[in-house]
Design a protein around this ligand. Structure first.
Ligand code: NAG
Length: 1000
């Protein structure tokens, strides 16, 4: 029968400690005063623990399943159950209980008990009623009636009287006469490995039944009968160990008791089954280990919720976890949380789960979960709190075994709670290897701050302290309530005046006059007996310069618990525990009260009716002249708020007569002027001028806006609110001096047939030769203001004649740093070649006449021009913006022109935005850029041929014409012979005179 000896243990020292701890906001387990009970070594003393109260005597009942029994000395290690008295037990001694059993007990017709190694004390349970009995079981108890043939490990339980004395009642639920088969049915059921004890029923897990399918045995104390819970509905799964853990609770309805049992080996992963009494069937939940169970109504709905431990649950190794199931009646269970403690290595978190009762007194049950192997077998216990949502998923407290005692082992293997162990009215918690604790008393503090209903500040009322001051009384009273708090308790408090203002970091308006010394907080304490009130009184003064007379004056008293003085005799064993303050999650331990300044109003609601109006004065500075009138009641804490641009700067304010106006620049763009203190009289007008410096306006905005708003702390009727706000808008104009400059490159170029085409730009699929031209214009703002925006128009003559083709093609326009953009006129046909409609003669004629100069200027009328318009964004003073224009000029069109030089005059002009005006100092706002296109003067080849041919022809024609002319004139028929003969005759008659003969 080693199946259930897996809970192997080394020799343990055992402690039962009463531990309480004061945790600031947790609750009340005292770890400072552990009460330690020790049992014999190597007996597993403390394997189970149970708190027990009978007749006002408080006990810890401790199981030691490996102990020798002093009442059955011949039996080998049957185990023992000890009782340890909590009070009047200075040596902390525990005594073994006599369960009234013999050496070899007779238990039925075919029953002979063998108590060797029976493990008495493996489980303990207490009957769920006042002065309840105790169940102690020994799951390894054997029936050896059939001698060595069949040893039947039935398991044995004792029902021990509440007095812990006298004969106990034996229960052997698995025994039946003449049954001798081991394994089948109940032969080896080992009942009592786990047990619960309701008012009427003893419920014992019997995991060995039916070849370790397991079952749950029930004994009805009233009818004295035994039965199985799952008699008719057997799980077919062997070795699932149903009954390894059992618990009972109200799962189906608040009035029935149902049983849930764990089958931790079911399908290898574990399962929990529940038996509903009224429905007589089992419900089942998902797969997990079910080696520990705890039914507890966490959310106070009358139905028991269920915590299921899976201590071997592993992510790395056996960290363990606990699943929390919310019960919604009729056995419907929904998993709502998984608890893991600190998820520590090999912690076995969930080995033990116990309801503690409501230890923090919040109306919800709380639970403790043991992780006995955490901290290398030191063990830990985690405290979790129930709440309206079932459970607070973060534990509130972790009790570490090592920190209680370094030699402690397996702390948290067994936990018992829900019994007030030291009579202080609070439930306590007993833990294995520790049985821990008494709870500290929880006290509730009542604190009151008494203040006058209101404070009149117009008439100084204070006769003590400095003159002309207002003062009033502040009284603090405290008392406390609780259960069983002897002696005196010190309660400390810290009273703060005008705490709301202080929390906001504002100066408080009232203070405590403490013997001439001014303080805003006082710290004092009361020493109180239970339910006795005490009070302290203070005088509080109103500061002179109070402005806010409308906000409540709040006094706050934060308190804490001081020392606890107990008079007279103290219990030697159990010293009175220091109380703790009741604490609610999220609450601050403080009390508040408030009072108000009195108002002097005619109308019931003390409504003011304010209206500012204004006229701005102008120059480099702006002066707002305001008149504020109050047409209603006295206006308290009246303020005029100015919201304005950060570009203007507040200089000063002027008041026409001294009326207690003061202005304060709250932020660079927000001015607050307080009008009249402490109030602005009804039916009055105040005049105020506020000066602003406007010299640093950026010019980004077209108007300068002032929002003026009047407000008093009084309520004001909705119907009169409209005139409380004034919006002043002043249009702004910017003075600038702009200039434009520019360059073009190249300033001249040559075109014509003789020019190498590579000097031009060719566009894809176009036969034209383009001349690239780059323009750069620069616009400079010479101030004095910022130029909010401008437009630059660039005009380029685009045609040679009015009806000609467009010559230019814009490739790109760019404004520096993206501070503007230009319109882009795309030339749809950049490469237009004019048709040669002229004859060759025309060409030749053109060649011969190409000698003139042509000027293309957009300023001349009738010119077709290309206009690029660029709008520029704002320019600060001395800032320049440049515009680059890259374009192509179609030289084919130029070539058709007769001029040999074409001059292009391009013009750029800056135009200011409407918001700016030009203050010209002679800098140009317009620029003209000139470039020239020069023809190469070389005609094309065929023209040259033609010219030569035509010249030859013309030459020949002229020669022939001349010849004919000469012939016609008779140039070729002259009388040379006669002339020659006459000459001869003249020579012959040289000797006569007759030769002077004239004609005949
Ligand atoms: C126990 O037996 C008595 C008498 O037969 C019966 O009235 C009672 O209902 C039984 N209790 C439970 C919880 O079954």
């Amino acid at each position: 029968m080693t199946e259930f000896s897996t809970r192997r243990r080394s020799a343990l020292e055992v402690f039962v400690c009463l531990c309480l701890v004061s945790l600031a906001y947790s609750f009340n387990i005292d770890l400072q005063h552990p009460v330690v009970f020790r049992g014999p070594d190597a007996t597993f003393f403390g394997y189970s623990v149970l708190e027990h109260v009978h007749d006002n005597t408080r006990w810890i009942v401790v199981g030691a399943p490996r102990a020798n029994s002093s009442f059955s000395s011949s039996v080998q290690s049957p185990g023992a159950v000890y009782k340890c008295r909590i009070r009047n037990n200075p040596e902390q001694r525990c005594t073994e209980m006599d369960l009234g059993r013999g050496q070899r007990e007779s238990c039925g017709k075919t029953c002979q008990g063998d108590r060797n190694d029976e493990w008495m004390g493996v489980s303990l349970a207490r009957q769920d009623k006042p002065n309840g009995k105790i169940l102690a079981c020994a799951h390894r108890w054997k029936n050896v009636y059939y001698e060595s043939e069949y040893i039947l490990p039935h398991g044995y339980c004792s029902v021990i009287p509440a007095t812990l004395q006298g004969k106990s009642q034996p229960l052997i639920p698995c025994y039946e006469d003449h049954k001798k088969t081991y394994g089948e049915e109940h032969g080896s059921c080992q009942a009592g490995i786990a047990g619960v004890f309701t008012e009427e029923l003893v419920i014992m897990g019997a995991p060995g039944s039916y070849y370790w399918t397991g079952t749950v045995k029930v004994f009805n104390m009233t009818s004295n009968t035994h039965y199985n819970l799952n008699q008719d509905n057997l799980s077919p799964r062997r070795y699932s160990y149903l009954g390894y853990a059992v618990t009972a609770g109200h799962f189906s309805s608040p009035n029935t008791i149902d049983v849930a049992a764990g089958a931790p080996q079911d399908s290898g992963v574990g399962k929990v089954s529940g038996f509903l009494q009224n429905l007589h069937h089992w419900f089942q939940m998902g797969s997990y280990f079910g080696s520990s169970l705890c039914a507890v109504d966490l959310n106070a709905d009358g139905l028991s919720d269920l915590l299921v431990g899976a201590p071997m649950h592993s992510e790395i190794r056996d960290e363990g976890q606990v699943s929390v199931y919310l019960s919604s009646g009729n056995g419907v269970m929904e998993e709502v949380a998984i608890l893991k403690g600190d998820n520590a290595y090999n912690a076995h978190f969930g080995e033990c789960i116990t309801s503690l009762g409501d230890i923090d007194e919040d109306g919800y049950q709380d639970v403790a979960i043991g992780a006995p192997k955490e901290d290398d077998y030191g063990g830990a216990v985690y405290i979790y709190h129930g709440d309206a949502t079932v459970i607070v998923k973060k534990y509130s407290m972790r009790l570490s075994g090592r920190s209680i005692n370094p030699t402690l082992q397996m702390f948290g293997q067994s936990i018992s709670g829900n019994v007030d162990m030291d009579g202080n009215g609070y439930p306590a918690l007993t833990l294995f290897a520790v049985a821990c604790d008494r709870s500290r008393p929880v006290i509730s503090v009542d604190i009151s701050i008494f203040l006058p209903v209101s404070i009149n500040i117009t008439v100084p009322q204070c006769h003590e302290g400095p003159p002309h001051l207002n003062c009033f009384n502040v009284t603090v009273c405290m008392s406390f309530r609780g259960k069983h708090v002897p002696g005196h308790i010190e309660l400390l408090y810290n009273l703060t005046a005008d705490s709301d203002k202080r929390h906001k970091g504002l100066p408080p308006r009232v203070y405590f006059g403490n013997g001439g010394e001014q303080t805003v907080a006082v710290s004092q304490h009361f020493s109180l007996e239970i339910n006795r009130q005490q009070c302290h009184q203070y005088t509080s003064f109103v500061r002179k310069e109070v402005k806010d007379v409308f906000a409540a004056i709040v006094f706050e008293a934060a308190y804490s618990l001081g020392k606890h003085f107990v008079d007279g005799h103290q219990d030697r064993d159990l010293p009175s525990l220091t109380p703790v303050l009741r604490w609610k999650k999220g609450e601050k331990i403080a009390a508040k009260n408030e009072t108000w300044f009195e108002k002097n109003c005619l109308s019931e609601d003390c409504a003011a009716d304010l209206s500012p109006w204004s006229s701005p004065g102008f120059m480099r500075n702006v002066s707002l002249n305001l008149t504020i009138s109050n047409a209603g009641d006295d206006a308290y804490d009246t303020n005029i708020y100015f919201n304005f641009s950060r570009e203007v700067h507040y200089i000063n304010f002027l008041q026409r007569e001294e009326k207690g106006i003061s202005c304060m620049l709250v932020e660079l763009d927000f001015l607050k002027c307080s009008i009249g203190f402490p109030f602005m009289r009804a039916q009055t007008k105040y005049h105020l001028s506020v000066l602003f410096d406007t010299s640093r306006l950026s010019g980004e905005n077209e108007t300068l806006l002032f929002l003026v708003h009047a407000r008093s702390a009084n309520p004001e009727h909705d119907s009169t609110l409209h005139d409380n706000t004034l919006e002043l808008s002043i249009p702004l104009v910017h003075e600038v001096d702009t200039a434009i400059t520019g360059v073009v490159s190249p300033t001249s170029f040559v075109y014509g047939n003789s020019v190498d085409r590579s000097r031009f730009v060719q566009l894809d699929d176009m036969e034209c030769s383009f001349q690239p031209l780059n323009f750069t214009f620069q616009v400079i703002n010479n101030g004095p203001s910022r130029l909010p925006g401008s437009t630059v128009d660039i005009r380029i003559p685009n045609r040679l004649a009015g009806n000609g083709a467009d010559m230019f093609h814009i490739i790109d326009t760019q404004v520096s740093e993206g501070r503007g953009n230009c319109t882009r006129h795309r030339n749809p046909k950049p490469c237009t070649i004019p048709q040669d409609k002229e004859s060759i003669f025309h060409t030749i004629f053109a060649f011969f006449t190409k000698s003139g100069r042509k000027v293309l200027d957009c300023d001349r009328p009738g010119r077709a021009c290309l206009t690029i318009s660029c709008s520029l964004s704002s320019q600060a003073k001395e800032e320049a913006t440049s515009i680059d224009v890259r374009m192509l000029l179609n030289t084919e069109i130029l070539q058709r022109d007769s001029s040999s030089v074409i001059q292009f005059v391009t013009r750029g002009h800056v135009q200011l935005d409407d918001r700016a005006v030009e203050v010209s100092t002679g800098l140009p706002e317009e620029i003209s850029l000139v470039f020239e296109a020069l023809h190469s003067q070389e005609p094309r080849g065929y023209v040259v041929g033609w010219i030569i041919a035509i010249s030859l022809l013309v030459g020949i024609l002229i020669f022939l014409l001349l010849a004919v002319l000469l012939w016609k004139m008779g140039f070729f028929r002259r009388h040379y012979r006669e002339i020659i003969e006459a000459e001869k005759n003249r020579k012959d008659s040289d000797e006569s005179w007759d030769w002077v003969q004239k004609s005949q």
